[in-house]
Design a protein around this ligand. Structure first.
Ligand code: ASP
Ligand code: MG
Length: 407
C-alpha cells in the first residue's frame, strides 16, 4: 500500500477546531486507501510559552532540561490528535520520538538525527493504524530526550519519509505554497507549482517561515519529494524536488534579507596575506562571511568590505579591534542599514543576461548597488535597507511578467 507522511505545524493545531480539521484531512487520506504517518509539532505558541516559563525560573537553564521541557509540547499534540481520530472510529496510535526510533546526537537543543529505525511505526502501520509521531524530538546515546532546534518537526517528517520510503512528504501550513516573492509585500507574487531543492535552499528567507532549511537539505540528500500545501485543503501545493520544470521561468523567486551588516576596513596594506589573515581570523571564530569586496590598490593600501549576519557584527567589530595591530588598518565602518536582495532560479545557469536585467530594474528605480555577488543559481546585491521593498518589487516585476507562471 502507498505510504504518505503528513506534517502539521503548530498553527494548524492551535485549538480543538484546528485539531478536528487535521483529523479530518488525515482520515480522508487514510480512507482513500493509503497508509498514513502524521508528524505534528506543538500547538500554537506552546513552545514559546514553555521557553518563557523556563526563563521565569532560570535565565540560563541547562540545554538538557530545556529539551525535556520543550518536547512536552509535541507530546500534547500527538495525544489530542489521536483522541480526535478515535471519535471517527479509525484505528490510531500516537508515538513519541523515541518510540518511533529517532536516534540523535547529543547536541541538546539542536540535535542532528542519526537514524530513524522506524520498526515500531512499521508495526503499527501493518495493523492499519494511522500513526501519529511527535516531531522535533529524539533520543541520544545517553537515553536523554533531545530536540532538533526550532522548526525541527519538518525535519522529523522528512526523516520518516526517507526511512520508510514514503511516496511523498506533505507539509501542511497556513500558507498554500511557496511564492515568487513575499505575497504580503508584492502583489504580483505567484504561487509556484514546483521548485528544486537547491532553489528552495537559496530562497531561505522566503521559505524560512514555511519550510525548515534542514528539512530541505535532508530531502535533497535522500530524494524525498516534499509538497507544501494549505491545511485548509483544496488546491495542490508547491512540490519541492530534484529537477523542477524550469522551462518558462528563468527566475523562481526574489528575496530580501535585512539581517545583514556591511563591515568595511579602509586602508589595509596592499600586500599578500592580508585577506588570508583577516578571514582566517573570522573563520577561527566561526563567523560566516557572505559577500566580500576588495578594492583595487592605490598607493600601497586598499579597502576590504564584507557582509555578515547582523547579530554577528558586534563580535566581529570587537575581534577586528583586537586584531587591528596586524591589519594596520586605520578605519573600520559598520553599516547595518543595508539589505540583500537576491534573485534565485536554476534556469539562470544556462541563460545569459539575468544579471543585467536585474541591474537594469534597479537602475530604472534609481537604486544604488553597493555590492554584488553571484552563484550558479543566484544573484545578490547589497543595497540601502530603505530601498529594499521597492527593489524586490522592481526586480520581481522585471522577471515575472503577468503570463510567466505555469498556474
Ligand atoms: N515546536 C517546535 C518549535 O516551535 C518545533 C516545530 O514547530 O517544528 O520550534
Ligand atoms: Mg512550532
Amino acid at each position: 500500500m502507498e505510504l504518505i507522511v503528513q506534517k502539521f505545524g503548530g498553527s494548524s493545531l492551535a485549538d480543538a477546531a484546528g485539531v478536528m480539521n487535521v483529523a479530518r484531512v488525515v482520515t480522508d487520506t487514510y480512507k482513500s486507501g493509503k497508509d498514513v504517518v502524521v508528524v505534528v509539532s506543538a500547538q500554537g505558541d506552546t513552545t514559546d510559552d514553555l521557553i518563557s516559563k523556563a526563563k521565569e525560573l532560570n535565565p540560563k537553564p541547562s540545554r538538557r532540561e530545556m529539551d525535556v521541557l520543550l518536547s512536552a509540547g509535541e507530546q500534547i499534540s500527538i495525544a489530542l490528535l489521536a483522541m480526535a481520530i478515535e471519535t471517527m472510529d479509525i484505528p490510531v496510535c500516537s508515538l513519541l520520538g523515541w518510540q518511533a526510533g529517532f536516534q540523535t546526537n547529543s547536541t541538546y537543543g539542536s540535535a542532528r538525527i542519526k537514524t530513524v529505525s522506524g520498526e515500531r511505526i512499521r508495526m503499527e502501520i501493518d495493523k492499519r493504524n494511522i500513526v501519529i509521531v511527535a516531531g522535533f524530538q529524539g533520543l541520544c546515546k545517553y537515553d536523554d530526550i533531545t530536540t532538533l532546534g526550532r522548526g525541527g518537526s519538518d525535519t522529523s517528517a522528512v526523516a520518516i519519509a526517507a526511512s520508510l520510503g514514503a511516496e511523498r512528504c506533505q507539509i501542511y501550513t497556513d500558507v498554500d505554497g511557496i511564492y515568487t516573492a513575499d505575497p504580503r509585500k508584492v502583489k504580483t507574487a505567484k504561487r509556484l507549482n514546483e521548485i528544486t531543492y537547491d532553489e528552495m535552499l537559496e530562497l531561505a528567507t522566503l521559505g524560512a517561515q514555511v519550510l525548515n532549511n534542514r528539512s530541505v537539505e535532508m530531502a535533497k540528500k535522500y530524494n524525498v519529494e516534499i509538497e507544501v500545501l494549505s491545511n485548509l485543503g483544496g488546491i495542490p501545493g508547491t512540490i519541492v524536488k530534484e529537477v523542477a520544470n524550469v522551462e518558462k521561468m528563468l527566475v523562481r523567486g526574489v528575496t530580501k534579507d535585512t539581517n545583514v551588516a556591511r563591515i568595511s576596513i579602509i586602508g589595509v596594506p596592499d600586500e599578500p596575506g592580508v585577506a588570508f589573515r583577516l578571514f582566517g581570523k573570522l573563520a577561527s571564530k566561526n563567523v560566516n562571511v557572505d559577500i566580500i569586496l576588495q578594492s583595487v590598490g592605490r598607493g600601497n593600501t586598499k579597502d576590504i568590505a564584507f557582509t555578515v549576519c547582523k547579530d554577528d557584527a558586534p563580535a566581529v567589530l570587537e575581534l577586528l579591534d583586537d586584531s587591528l595591530e596586524f591589519l594596520k588598518g586605520n578605519e573600520i565602518v559598520c553599516d547595518t542599514a543595508v539589505a540583500k536582495v537576491s534573485v534565485v532560479g536554476a534556469g539562470m545557469e544556462t541563460h545569459p543576461g539575468t544579471a543585467s536585467k536585474m541591474f537594469g530594474a534597479l537602475f530604472e528605480n534609481d537604486i544604488n548597488i553597493q555590492m554584488i555577488s553571484t552563484s550558479e543559481i543566484k544573484i545578490s546585491v547589497l543595497i540601502d535597507v530603505h530601498d529594499a521593498d521597492r527593489a524586490v518589487e522592481a526586480v520581481h516585476n522585471a522577471f515575472m511578467p503577468e503570463d510567466s507562471c505555469r498556474d
